[in-house]
Design a protein around this ligand. Structure first.
Ligand SMILES: *[C@@H]1O[C@H](CO)[C@@H](O)[C@H](O)[C@H]1NC(C)=O
Ligand SMILES: *[C@@H]1O[C@H](CO)[C@@H](O)[C@H](O)[C@H]1NC(C)=O
Ligand SMILES: *[C@@H]1O[C@H](CO)[C@@H](O)[C@H](O)[C@H]1NC(C)=O
Ligand SMILES: *[C@@H]1O[C@H](CO)[C@@H](O)[C@H](O)[C@H]1NC(C)=O
Ligand SMILES: *[C@@H]1O[C@H](CO)[C@@H](O)[C@H](O)[C@H]1NC(C)=O
Length: 296
């Protein structure tokens, strides 16, 4: 029995659980919603239209009441902007996960005010898309669909949807398809590492530790690749969406908790690799020597 093998077993087990959480976070309503990849805050959509002289370029029932209000009424205007999103049929937020996306309303209000601080605002999920393996989070299509459904005849062009935002959105499309595959491969390799590590507990030869190390390295690389890709895409996507989305009242919030989760999985696999390396370097005694030790 080689006690050193217990550490990689625990590492593999931890990495397996963390990777599963990454894959399934947010796919059951409110469960682990905080571990989103990215949340699109669309609660202020249409704000630009009110700011630009306060006149909407399209007919929205009741919108004439909002035009030309003096500054004292900014709270009213602020409420009205929330109403715009609501009347357009657009939800307050859309949060992307690996397997689906969810949407809903911010409670109690969308934007912090004097009495309700930002930390008191929570998400109230209305629903989620169907779970699919190779799903692409496309805010463009989601919002267009919501606008179509509202039946007001308002298009993205009416909202002055910036063309440049598409680059950020295109970046997001890559992850959905590639990351799902990468996480599945990583989970498979980590699982194999775990099984082999359990055998390694009882092995005495040189062969098994070698296989253990090799498999752990592959699992670490797969996990690292998945984490690296997700990080790069989320950083880029969030940056571009925030750069151009601000004009039309759209904000993207990067899922830092998800990134912590996925990098934690990669880190524990790295520990497993290091332990297997150390294990390889420790001179191994053969059975005969072992028996000699035991007998005196
Ligand atoms: C949503 O975005 C608006 C600006 O577009 C911001 O003022 C507000 O604080 C955001 N709400 C939340 C809950 O992040
Ligand atoms: C902040 O928003 C809450 C909820 O809508 C409201 O009850 C409260 O009066 C607001 N506070 C201020 C100072 O506007
Ligand atoms: C969440 O929304 C539902 C209706 O969509 C509402 O009944 C419920 O009270 C809301 N929850 C909170 C905490 O606001
Ligand atoms: C989701 O799945 C249900 C049944 O599984 C189906 O009826 C529905 O059309 C699907 N929705 C979408 C948006 O694909
Ligand atoms: C919305 O409607 C327009 C025109 O009616 C159509 O071209 C577009 O494909 C629709 N978009 C979605 C996402 O259904």
């Amino acid at each position: 029995m080689r006690l050193l093998a217990i550490v990689p077993i625990l590492c593999c087990l931890a990495a397996l659980i963390l990777s599963f959480l990454c894959l399934f976070a947010g796919s059951k309503g409110n469960l682990m919603e905080d571990y989103h990849l990215l949340t699109l805050n669309t609660s202020r959509i249409g704000q630009n239209l009110l700011d630009n002289g306060g006149k909407l370029p399209f007919d929205l029932p009741g919108s004439e009441l909002l035009t030309g209000l003096p500054d004292e009424f900014t709270d009213t205007v602020s409420d009205a902007i929330g109403d715009i999103a609501e009347r357009l049929g657009v939800e307050d937020f859309y949060s992307a996960h690996i397997l689906d996306y969810c949407y809903g309303q911010y409670t109690p209000i969308e934007v912090a005010n004097a009495t309700v601080s930002a930390s008191d605002i929570s998400k109230n999920i209305t629903g989620c898309s169907n779970r699919t393996a190779a799903f692409a989070f496309d805010p463009n299509e989601i919002i267009e669909q919501a606008l179509n459904k509202s039946g007001l005849g308002i298009t993205l062009r009416d909202l002055e949807w910036p063309q440049d935002i598409q680059r950020g959105i295109d970046a997001l499309r890559i992850i959905s398809i590639v990351t799902f595959a990468l996480y599945c491969i990583a989970i498979g390799l980590i699982g194999l590492s775990l099984i082999l590590a359990i055998f390694g507990l009882f092995a005495n030869g040189r062969m098994l530790p070698c296989c253990n190390l090799l498999l752990a390295i592959l699992a670490f690389l797969a996990s690292g690749l998945a984490s690296g890709l997700v990080t790069a895409v989320l950083v880029k996507g969030t940056e571009v969406i925030n750069q151009y989305g601000g004009q039309i009242g759209i904000e993207a919030d990067r899922g830092n908790k998800f990134l912590a989760l996925t990098w934690a999985a990669t880190a524990v696999m790295f520990v497993a690799v290091v332990i297997w390396c150390i294990d390889m370097c420790i001179p191994r005694r053969n059975k005969h020597a072992n028996n000699m030790d035991k007998h005196g």
